[in-house]
Structure formats: structure tokens, C-alpha cells
Design a protein around this ligand. Sequence first.
Ligand code: UT7
Length: 326
Amino acid sequence: MSKIDILGFGLQKANKKISNFDLEKKVDTSDEWIVQRTGIQTRYISEDKNTSELGYLAAKQAIADAALQPHDIDAIIVATMTGDYITPSTACMIQKKLGINDKQIFAFDLNAACSGFMYALFVASELVDKFDHILVIGSEIISKIIDFNDRNTCVLFGDGAGAVVISKGKHEVYSYVNSEGNDDVLISHGLGLTTDYEHVNDQSHYLYMAGNDVFRFAIKVMQQAIEKVLEESGYTMDDIDMIIPHQANYRIISHVAKKMKTDMSKFFVDVNEFGNTSAASVAIAYSDAYQKGVITKDSRVIFVGFGAGLTYGALLVDGGKENVVE
Ligand code: UT7
């Protein structure tokens, strides 16, 4: 069982805030539909920064919040599916921006779609015996793969980055991570690996989503994953200070809360402001909750997520009731 401390938090918004009313002008949608079906009111789109730049700015804040210097970082894990390049990794680009080039660093990207930050935190928690200070970042410019003519997807997503610094510490981590090996309901083909001049205008890099299927899947597996980590830890919902769920849709989160007979106030929600930022979503929500004073670095929290793959899971980071902000 690994034990960690969360040392610092960071959050970087993308530059352009887009309201539902802005999207009404682009596609056949309405503020009323978007708010009722998703809870989303705004999202941020990055016009001036790439994925590594957003991640770097969030990382800088997390390092400062941890009272560390960039040089103290020993490993960098970036959860993303919209990195700057196919190679080198976004983690290496963030390392470059942080100016850490004269010591041993372990840096790589991890793609688990919207479960990315939760997967990355799980991996990092398994590495704390080997590396003193691990930077775990979720950074995404999901607008790179969004078709802004498709109302089924363009109203849902946004860009941004969140980061934490972790080390070996006193908080036990209980985890459950899983994947179904599915490419039917959520896929972006990205750049093909073969050249095919017949399909040069192919738009299959745009995200395709069977929304209803993902909706039902999400509710089922979020509950399952939360129950798994509760069971493993021996805690009940009453013992948990805050649940930080993947911010895809307010209705998904409220269905899970209802099924688990838990008050919505136990679930942190900022999807109304950020939309779905994929791998960055839980990282942003965690930092947002901390910056708003809803949790401390010692709160007992559960992260829970799901995404393309279909990946899903939950992580319970133990804390102490006495440390909760009332
Ligand atoms: O991070 C992981 C990835 N994604 C998700 O987690 C998303 C999971 N799914 C969802 O959140 C929901 O399924 C959606 C928000 C995507 C859709 O909500 P829904 O309540 O499942 O709506 P629906 O797909 O059943 O669509 C209802 C109607 C359809 O019209 P018809 O066929 O009934 O005439 C859609 O064409 O709403 C229509 N619609 C829209 N109308 C206005 C779909 N998108 C829009 C839109 N504005 N933006």
C-alpha cells in the first residue's frame, strides 16, 4: 500500500471563455438545452497556448504552492490525449519549460482519455518510493479534436490544465483502475498512421461520441469504482470529506449521488464553469476545490473518473477528519 502527501496544487485556465450564448450563434443549440442536459454554462478554449504551456503554468503554481523549486522535481507525468506532438512527450516539453536539464528526471505522457489524471495519480502513487517529488499534470486542448459544427460534442468540452506535486507521505492510497477495451462509443481517430490520398479531407480526428451509451456507462462504473475503494479502505461515504468526480455532466454526477444515497454537497462540481476538460478535469477540480477552500491538503478524498477506452476507476486518498475546512 503506497502512502503519499499532496504538497501543492495548480490550475491554469485557457484564455478564451465561451458561453452557451456564444455557441448558440455557431450551432443549433440553446443555453436552456445545454444547462438542463449538462449543467455547463461556460468553458475555456485555448487560442494562444499549446498543451505543454497550459500544463507548465499549472505545474509552476503547484511547485510554488509546495514551497519547492523546479529543480526539486524528480518525475513528471502528464495525462493528456491532445499533447503538443506525437513525440516528444508533453512531459518532456514541460520539463524543458521548467528548465530542469541537469539531473535525473523520469518524464512521460499517459493517455487514458478522461480517466487520465486519475490513472496518472495512481501511477505516481506507486512510484513515490523511487522519486522524491513527482509532478502529476492533467493538461488538455480538447478543442483540437472538436468539430465546432457538431452540436453533439462542441457544447460539452473545454481546455485547461491542473497539476499537483506529490511525495511519499502519510496518506494511504486505495485504488481501483479498470478498462474495457472499447472503441465503439467514444473515439477520435487522430492522424492516421498510413498515408491515403483518397481521404485527405477525412475529418475522423474529430471526437465521435455515442452520448447516451457513455452516459449509462458512466453512472454504472462511477458507482462501482467508488464502492470498490470504500470497501478496500473500510470507510463509508460518511467518512469521506469530498468526492472529486470527472466533470463531464452535472446529471451524471447527480445520478451517481442519488444512487449512492449521498448528498450532492459531497461531490465537488465545477463543470458549470469549465465544461469537460477530459484528462485535465479531475486535476482542475481538485485544485479548484483546494483554492476555493473546500478541501485541504489533508482531506480524505475520492477521485473517480471514466473515459474513452473505456477506462474508469477511483482513488481514495486518506486524510484526517480534523483537517477538513468547515
Ligand atoms: O468524458 C467522457 C465523455 N463524454 C460524456 O461523458 C458524455 C456522456 N453523455 C452525456 O453527457 C449526454 O448523453 C449528452 C449531454 C451528450 C446528451 O444528453 P442526452 O440527454 O443524453 O440527450 P440525447 O443524446 O438523448 O439527445 C436528445 C436530443 C436529440 O434530439 P432528438 O433526436 O431527440 O430530436 C439531440 O439531437 O437533443 C439533441 N441535441 C441537442 N439539442 C440542442 C444533442 N445535442 C444538442 C445540443 N443542443 N447541443
